[in-house]
Design a protein around this ligand. Structure first.
Ligand code: G3H
Ligand code: 13P
Ligand code: ZN
Length: 343
């Protein structure tokens, strides 16, 4: 089975009212755990790599590790996605590596000569311009594109914008029409990382319903969707970690978000927590252990367990066999037909 276009995977999820997790990867154990969980639960899955992940693995390693996952599980629909693509150049590189989907994060101007983490927000018009540029390029290859409207907290909150900008529903229809994005990340009050809320989780879930009405044929994405399970935080802290006050998005809120129109659910932090808790445990309980397989193995097992439970919670489990992935060539032809002026 070929890799799946993200457009098709999310269209299916939208029709059948479930969410698909997009899990970040940086190394072999994470990839094996994610694909293992997808096989165990028979779920379609999005494996995503950030710019940082591509730099960390020197691009080529990640490409081949991802290809190995696809080869091991040819029966599963799998999307390879670039997470938070900063510009057209990196999106082009990811497409060259064989990714079937890219995100252009046009809400932030990553190309300005400002220190890391201090990039300014882009204007609506500028976001449309850079996003459309990527859509025009990617669709020629049948590759899907995710854009973003509004800014998240977390990595985006310490930019010059000074405040988190929730997605403006009134802009959604125009943005989707003018850019042609396949998926749109909405800012509803989540943020990246393990410290999403100070007191209690507050999310603008109504905003999803508002946006859904305005763009019924575009799939929506929720970034910053880690739940920061308190049992994992307790494990991390028990074995020498220091993560007081960590808090995430409850699973019930994610399920509500899916009901209201979210299809893609981005998860990175929870995976990091599962890996860290497992490794800390081995290091504390077996201080003489020095074979990396003896701590990376349990970390991989713990991550697979966590992701399999998310696949069940998001409603993804059991949907792997629902459809046959379209080829990128078929997607390319579909996009070309849509773009052609009506006769
Ligand atoms: O969106 C953020 C993801 O968690 C990726 O994080 O840039 O540290 O790889 P990263
Ligand atoms: P978390 O930090 O909540 O896992 O979010 C990850 C994410 O949005 C990746 O794009
Ligand atoms: Zn994100």
């Amino acid at each position: 089975m070929p890799l799946c276009p993200m457009r098709q995977m999310l269209d299916q999820a939208r029709k059948r009212h479930y969410g698909v997790g997009a899990y970040n990867v940086n190394n072999m154990e994470q990839i094996q755990a994610i694909i293992g969980a997808a096989g165990e639960t028979q779920s379609p899955v999005i494996i995503q790599a950030s710019r940082g992940a591509l730099e960390y693995t020197n691009l080529i390693y990640l490409k081949h590790l991802m290809a190995a996952a696809v080869e091991e599980h040819p029966e599963l629909p799998i999307v390879l996605h670039l997470d938070h693509g900063p510009n057209l150049k990196l999106c082009q590189e990811a497409i060259g590596l064989g990714f079937t989907s890219v995100m252009i994060d046009g809400s932030i101007d990553y190309d300005t000569k400002t220190p890391e983490g201090k990039h300014p927000a882009r204007s609506f018009e500028d976001n449309i311009r850079v996003t459309k540029e990527v859509v025009d390029y990617a669709h020629q290859f049948g590759v899907s594109v995710e854009g973003e409207l509004g800014t998240l907290g977390g990595i985006e909150e310490d930019t010059h914008t000074d405040k988190v900008l929730l997605t403006e529903p009134a802009q959604v229809e125009e943005f989707c029409k003018r850019t042609g994005v396949d998926a749109l990340a909405l800012a509803i009050g989540t943020s990246h990382g393990a410290y999403k809320f100070k007191h209690e989780p507050i999310l603008a879930l109504d905003l999803i319903s508002e946006c859904r009405k305005r763009a019924p044929n575009t799939s929506f994405v929720m970034h910053g969707s880690s739940s920061v399970p308190q049992e994992l935080i307790a494990e991390v802290n028990k074995y020498g970690g220091k993560m007081p006050g960590a808090m995430g998005v409850p699973i019930s809120s994610i399920q509500e978000a899916v009901k209201r129109g979210i299809q893609k659910i981005n998860v990175d932090t929870d995976g990091r927590l599962a890996v860290t808790a497992a490794i800390r445990k081995v290091f504390t309980e077996k201080p003489a252990e020095f074979d990396p397989r003896k701590y990376l193995g349990p970390a991989r097992d713990s991550l697979q367990k966590l992701i399999a439970s998310k696949m069940r919670d998001f409603g993804t489990a059991g949907h792997a066999g629902d459809y046959k992935p379209k080829s990128l060539r078929a997607m390319k032809n579909l996009y070309a037909k849509q773009a052609a002026p009506a006769q």
